[in-house]
Ligand binder design. Structure first.
Ligand code: HEM
Length: 475
């Protein structure tokens, strides 16, 4: 880092204690599901009898094989048992069951618990970690920054960033689409979500943000054991977070006082403006809440969108006719052109789901599909299986954007963004970004895919194993 940047960092507010305190508080909460009672396994749907460690490893590392295997072997509803203590996770794969889960009472079907391991980085106010009334309040305060009018305003900046990225690709090279899309979607988060415009601040943030999103499973697990935070990679994670927090808090404080706050259209400025005129304090987000939500949006919105985009480019590069059709749409400006590019993104998310499942934990007994389930059971639809059911997606292994053109697969059979009150708040943002990026890339480049790729697990998400290599040539 340049000396001037270090000097600038030193001048920022001292917020290291806030970070340390958060890590201390939230690390304890991330040790499994200690606050839930043991679950009586009698009467739960069938599942493998393997040791729980083997089942957990299969679910984490080999999900693309394991979900379909369980479905083939045990039918539409099955149970996997996980560490710690063999807790049951009951999978549902039929749309009518998925509907019941998404429509269920959020006071009983908690989602935040399953994400507790992310607490030290995301913070306790994170939308992903909250449940009940707190979640409802945060969702209400964040929603206006993700409605249709807001998305339309973000679009031109996303387009400019995408055009700049595409313009810098050399002619006639093979590149890893995932790497380039990760760089681009990170820039979108920093400029469109955080609203950072100062180049020196951006340069200071980029390495911190990169280190934050690059969480290894070992570091993730380490947060369950606060003592580890004094050593090696865990210590570096806390230090990195402290520096990133300092930069984010500085940005928040400066933005609150910015003379052009009223005209700014980024997500952070909207969140600060929202409720500013209200006398009710609960209508406003505090600095700590804003920090937690910004880091949540970064972690939830960056790699997910980059992965879907890289798969879309990969698939277009495998089929010259589809590529031509998509380039025509990219060259055009009609609603039909947008609809085609949107269909390409949707099909990319169907065939290559980035998130394999969504889960809810029952804090009271509940019934799904006529099945009585005890308190403490975790339930959820398998996105992998739902997207592969041939009765809803004929010829499911084929990449066919037409499935989403002028029609839509039946409700709850295409669920890349989850559903119900927890449905991805950034779904519209991701679609807007996807269309804008595809348009800018395809306007300038021909794309061919030189080698086949497949999915691999990267922490919570699934990404192309080989980075979705594409050969690009100027049109
Ligand atoms: C292709 C891109 C994306 C995919 C596949 C995706 C997928 C998901 C899924 C499956 C969930 C859980 C839903 C549930 O539990 O029912 C979720 C939640 C969430 N996503 Fe996304 N997401 C994407 C992009 C984004 C973007 C761009 C943002 C923000 C800029 C974002 C922010 C969030 C947040 C904050 C939540 C938590 C919502 C809540 O609990 O109320 N996501 N996403």
């Amino acid at each position: 880092m340049a000396t001037s940047q270090i000097a600038e960092l030193d001048a920022l507010p001292e917020t290291g204690d806030l970070t340390q305190e958060r890590f201390r508080r939230m690390s304890g909460a991330s040790v499994g599901s200690a606050d839930l009672p043991p679950v009586d396994l009698d009467g739960l749907p069938p599942g493998p009898r393997w040791p729980v460690l083997v089942q957990s490893a299969a679910l984490m590392r080999f999900r693309h094989w394991f979900h379909p295997y369980l479905h083939r072997t045990y039918g539409d509803v099955f149970t996997v048992r996980l560490v710690p203590g063999g807790r049951p996770l009951v999978f549902f794969t039929r749309p009518e069951h998925t509907k019941e889960i998404f429509a269920a009472d959020p006071a009983v079907f908690h989602a935040g618990k399953g994400n507790a391991i992310l607490g030290p980085v995301m913070g306790e106010h994170s939308l992903l970690l909250q449940d009940g009334a707190e979640h409802q309040r945060a969702r209400k305060l964040l929603m206006p920054a993700f409605n249709g009018a807001a998305l339309r305003e973000y679009r031109s900046l996303v387009t400019d960033l995408a055009a700049d990225e595409a313009a810098h690709w050399p002619d006639g090279v093979t590149l890893r689409a995932l790497d380039r899309m990760n760089v681009l979607t990170l820039e979108v988060i920093l400029r469109v979500v955080f609203g950072v415009t100062d180049e020196r601040r951006l340069a200071a943030m980029r390495p911190r943000v990169n280190a934050t999103v690059d969480i290894s499973p070992a570091v993730l697990l380490g947060w369950g054991y606060p003592a580890l935070q004094r050593f090696g990679p865990w210590r570096r994670t806390v230090q990195n977070q402290a520096e990133l927090d300092r930069l984010i808090y500085a940005e928040i404080r400066e933005r609150r006082a910015a003379p052009d706050l009223a005209e700014r259209s980024d997500v952070l400025s909207r969140l600060i403006r929202h409720g500013a005129g209200s006398t009710d304090e609960s209508d406003r987000l505090t600095d700590t809440e804003l920090r937690d939500q910004l880091v949540t949006l970064l972690l939830a919105g960056h790699e997910t969108t980059a992965t879907s985009l890289s798969w879309a480019l990969y698939e277009l590069g495998r089929d010259p006719a589809l590529l031509r059709r998509s380039q025509e749409a990219a060259d055009g400006t009609t609603p039909e052109d947008d609809a085609w590019l949107e269909a390409v993104m949707k099909e990319s998310m169907r065939l290559h789901p980035v998130i394999p499942m969504v889960v809810r934990t029952l804090v009271r007994p509940a019934t799904i599909g006529g099945l009585d389930l005890p308190r403490g059971t975790t339930v959820g639809p398998s996105i992998i299986v739902a997207h592969q059911r041939s009765e809803h997606h004929p010829d499911p292994d084929a990449f066919r954007p037409e499935r989403f053109l002028g029609q839509h697969p039946p409700t709850n059979t295409w669920i890349p963004f989850g559903g119900g009150v927890r449905r991805c708040i950034g779904a519209g943002f991701a679609q807007m970004e996807g269309v804008a990026v595809l348009r800018e890339v395809l306007r300038v480049h021909d794309v061919t895919t030189p080698v086949a790729d497949g999915p691999k697990v990267r922490n919570i998400t699934s990404v192309p194993r080989d980075g979705a290599r594409i050969h690009v040539a100027r049109r």
